[in-house]
Ligand binder design. Structure first.
Ligand SMILES: Cc1ncc(COP(=O)(O)O)c(C=O)c1O
Length: 402
């Protein structure tokens, strides 16, 4: 079996008895790596990866300079515990203390760790609720952990958990150790009500852990963060990140919030110095009171840009653009491209428009029409005002052409 991404590699090498394909686990060889639009397109107006168009929120007045980094003890390994950052997160999210917080190299690392600590390969399973974030499946496959899928209720763009179906699945299969729920969902932009999460937490037939991925929670219109359930329930872990609302995707800082026993298990399992010192210095600055204020103001601007974008997309209905579907509670919109008659979602047209935007118009969005309940959809990250204007101009033109 060829290694994905290395199809044309044919260099003969020593020793003759070695064949890498006999060494690597078959599930890893078969792995279709997580792909993003950025793999294909790296320049232009980048509205594909749900980054924060306003940039980070670290207050310039605090004067972080290169000198400051050079003067860090870069020859020393970083602090393995990072208590100060955890303390600030605990205060921000109103949880009891740093012992309720784990830090990972992005929430992607935490997703992988959770699967590794709780699932025995080819025995235990995770449950996901498509359409959802792709890394749950990728991490499960890397760990040789089967995935049970219980689709969201997608009718009318509801994108809600199908609670009876989830309960049935876990009752039938006691090897399901983790249930992943994304709120607000990616690509759905839809919040899952706290009461729905509680129903799963309280289901006596489910003996595993509910993972609520709240990467986009700060963009939601109401405070439905499940972090408030953590003190009460020992079977929930909430994932958050500095990559989105804090605009710090580059420093790779993800957060898990759970009761201390699970936090300890994660801490015991992680690589000892997973958070790099430059990242932790920036994270600490980003979590200072003035930076948090600045973050909130940028999030407010993005929410207002989101509303403007929704309004400005409306006139494009005449060229076969559908209304955004889902809850619009994140920093992106999920928008169906319809056929020319504006009757039904059209994946062929959507792919053409996606490619034309990226290849000829310098605007990278994300095609999501292959996801359940997202027929014809492109996912557009809300950009800065000028970026959104350019997107609207190009999208209108492309819709008129294709
Ligand atoms: C739902 C969701 N969870 C997690 C992540 C990854 O976050 P991080 O940058 O913290 O690894 C993303 C990134 O797009 C996401 O959409």
């Amino acid at each position: 079996m060829p290694i994905h991404g290395l199809e044309n590699y044919s260099k003969a090498s020593k020793p003759a008895h070695f064949n890498i394909e006999n060494v690597i686990r078959p599930n890893i060889l078969a792995l279709l790596p997580y792909r993003c639009a950025r793999d294909d397109y790296q320049s232009g107006i980048l509205l594909d990866a749900n980054e924060n168009a306003m940039g980070h929120s670290i207050e310039a007045t605090q004067g972080i300079s290169v000198d400051q980094f050079v003067n860090l003890d870069l020859h020393r390994y970083p602090d393995p515990a990072q208590i100060e950052i955890k303390q600030r997160i605990a205060e921000l999210r109103r949880i009891p203390g740093p012992e309720y917080v784990f830090l990972g190299v992005g929430s992607d690392e935490v997703i992988d760790l959770l699967i590794r600590v709780s699932c025995t390969p080819s025995k235990d399973k995770i449950l996901i609720t498509p359409p959802t974030y792709g890394m749950y499946t990728v991490c499960a496959q890397v760990n040789d952990v089967p995935v049970v899928k219980v689709p969201l209720i997608t009718e009318g763009g509801a994108f809600q958990l199908n609670i009876p179906a989830i309960k049935e699945a876990v009752a039938r299969d006691s090897s399901i150790k983790l249930i992943f729920a994304c709120s607000p969902g990616n690509p759905t932009g839809t919040l899952i009500p706290l009461l729905d999460i509680k129903q799963i937490l309280e289901d006596p037939k489910f003996k595993g852990i509910v993972v609520v991925d709240e990467a986009y929670i700060d963009f939601a219109s109401k405070d439905d963060s499940t972090a408030q359930l953590v003190e009460e329930y020992s079977n929930i872990v909430v994932l958050q990140t500095l990559s989105k609302s804090f605009g710090l995707a580059a420093i790779r800082l993800g957060v898990a919030i759970a009761q201390p026993p699970l936090i300890q298990v994660l801490t015991n399992t992680k690589a000892p110095y997973n958070i790099a010192t430059p990242s932790s210095v920036l994270a600490l600055e980003a979590l200072s009171p003035s930076s948090i204020e600045s973050m909130r103001s940028k999030v407010a601007s993005l929410i207002s840009q989101r509303s403007s974008l929704i309004e400005s997309l409306k006139p494009l209905a005449q060229y076969g653009l559908g209304s955004p579907i889902g809850g619009n509670n994140a920093n992106f919109l999920l928008v169906p491209i319809l056929d020319r008659e504006a009757k039904k979602p059209d994946n062929t047209r959507s792919v053409k428009i996606y490619k034309e935007l990226a290849e000829k118009r310098g605007i990278v969005v994300r095609f999501r029409g292959d996801q359940l309940g997202c027929d014809g959809c492109i996912r557009i990250t809300v950009g800065a005002e000028e970026e959104n204007k350019e997107l609207l101009k190009q999208l209108e033109d492309v819709l008129k052409t294709f």
